[in-house]
Design a binder for this molecule. Structure first.
Ligand SMILES: *Cc1c(COP(=O)(O)O)cnc(C)c1O
Length: 439
């Protein structure tokens, strides 16, 4: 590793150089662009982010589930370096290049299901979600879209409408796109309902309020990300798919956060053998370079007319080179297995903490996508203040940790799969100390 894999604090957090940069940020960057930590990065590798003051922070965020293969992963660096010297851009819609096709081939092969597939590449998760809707509408000739409680699908106009939470994602930014409807989710910690029953509850809402015949697509995160790492009860997703298939509705899995080994399978859908019609990927796809994709059944993907899909940068050659290298890294280094190991280690330790701390309402997740839901001791009442305070204490101690959830009370852990067991254990120790201090 180019950076020693140890937590090291040489200044207070933030240090003087970060403070100075934060004040330059305030004078130059729009106030709406917030940061989790007031700390500027200098380098990152393995499980460590080094800041501009020389502090080494343990990374439990991966830049929001992006650097799954590690930051500046060696194969990614080499592939991007080679590509940048050849050409940086021609636009795939003008003079195409092989790496885009190769990424499409890999995605067609790796995503759930053995049916005939096609892929289109874009830049961001939100852009890919929007394109999945365009494709589903073109295929079905219908307009309505169903999403779920607590959903997060992005910040563009259509995806804001699809996202559930008002503050900070939607507040003041309306009007929102029409023909987006919301159904109840399965949320095992907060409802007593099993998966098939929760699916029937959702389907009833859709049938009554939208009507299957009007519905182009149902879009769901197989494990919700920003909404609180909510894993629906077993059987929920498969019952929804069954209904979609029977009603000619395109079932879209938004695997922007869960994809590419994050959950211990290549895709979260694989866990239950769920095969979506379309799957949307981004974040972990290219080791940190901006790339996203829609992959799915050929007859659906090929519905839009030629020229109907695309964009100037979609499938940029640097991002495609990075994606091929990141996917090779996942497959050749056995990173799905590593994600499972990380999950086993974290869940065991967090369950031990939960056994003696009634403020830890729930510990959940799969692979390297693990969360703790904090509540007022012994109740299920969300405690967002505690989550904020634990995160702030961890930050000050040199651990990058993120919060999430509709109620803001979930600590979420998304370490890079290159983190060592030692760093993970140390980060959990910091969290345990933070909870003890805040008792
Ligand atoms: C992050 C995220 C998006 C949006 O991706 P961007 O690249 O930020 O546009 C969409 N869906 C899910 C599930 C996400 O986690």
């Amino acid at each position: 590793m180019p950076i020693p894999q140890r937590r090291r604090l040489v200044t207070a957090i933030p240090g003087p150089i970060s403070k100075e940069l934060m004040s330059r940020k305030a004078g130059a960057v729009a106030a709406g662009v917030g940061t989790t930590m007031p700390v500027f990065a200098a380098r990152a590798a393995g499980g460590i982010v080094e800041d501009v003051d020389g502090n080494h922070l343990i990374d439990l965020g991966s830049g929001i589930a992006v650097t799954t293969v590690g930051n500046s992963a060696p194969r990614v660096v080499e592939a991007v370096r080679a590509q940048v010297a050849e050409f940086t851009h021609t636009c795939f819609m003008v003079t195409p290049y092989e790496s885009y096709v190769a990424v499409a081939e890999r995605l067609n092969e790796l995503t759930p299901g053995t049916h005939d597939k096609r892929t289109a590449l874009f830049n961001s998760g939100a852009e890919a979600v929007e394109n999945a809707i365009k494709i589903a509408r073109a295929h079905t000739g219908r307009q309505a879209v169903v999403v779920f409680d607590h959903a997060y699908h992005g910040r563009t106009n259509l995806t804001m409408a699809m996202t559930a939470k008002s503050m900070p994602y939607k507040h003041g930014f309306g009007p929102f796109a029409s023909e987006v409807y919301r159904a109840p989710l399965s949320y095992p910690f907060r409802d007593e309902v099993d998966g098939p029953t929760a699916a029937r509850r959702a389907i009833e809402v859709v049938e009554k309020q939208v009507g299957g015949a009007n519905l182009a697509a149902m879009v769901i995160e197989p494990i919700q990300g920003e909404g609180g790492f909510i894993e629906p009860a077993a059987g929920f997703l498969s019952a929804l798919i069954e209904w979609c298939t029977a009603n000619g509705v395109v079932f879209v899995a938004d695997e922007v956060q869960t994809g590419f080994a994050r959950t211990g399978d290549m895709f979260a859908c694989d866990h239950e053998g769920v095969v979506p019609d379309l799957i949307v990927t981004a974040k972990g796809i290219a080791g940190g370079l901006p790339l996203s994709a829609v992959t799915g059944r050929t007859e659906i993907m090929d519905a839009p007319h030629s020229g109907g899909l695309g964009g100037t940068y979609g499938g940029n050659p640097l991002a495609c080179a990075a994606a091929l290298a990141a996917i090779d890294t996942i497959v050749e280094d056995g990173l799905t297995a590593r994600a499972r190991e990380i999950g086993t280690l974290m869940l065991a330790e967090l369950q031990r903490m939960r056994a003696v701390d009634p403020r830890i309402g729930d510990v959940r997740g799969r692979g390297a996508m693990i969360a703790v839901e904090l509540v007022r001791a012994g109740t299920s009442e969300p405690d967002a203040d505690l989550a904020r305070a634990v995160a702030a204490t961890a930050h000050a101690a040199g651990v990058i940790v993120l919060t999430c959830g509709t109620f803001g009370n979930v600590l979420r852990f998304l370490p890079p799969l290159t983190i060592s067991d030692g760093l993970l254990a140390e980060a959990l120790e910091v969290l345990r100390d933070a909870l003890t201090t805040l008792a």
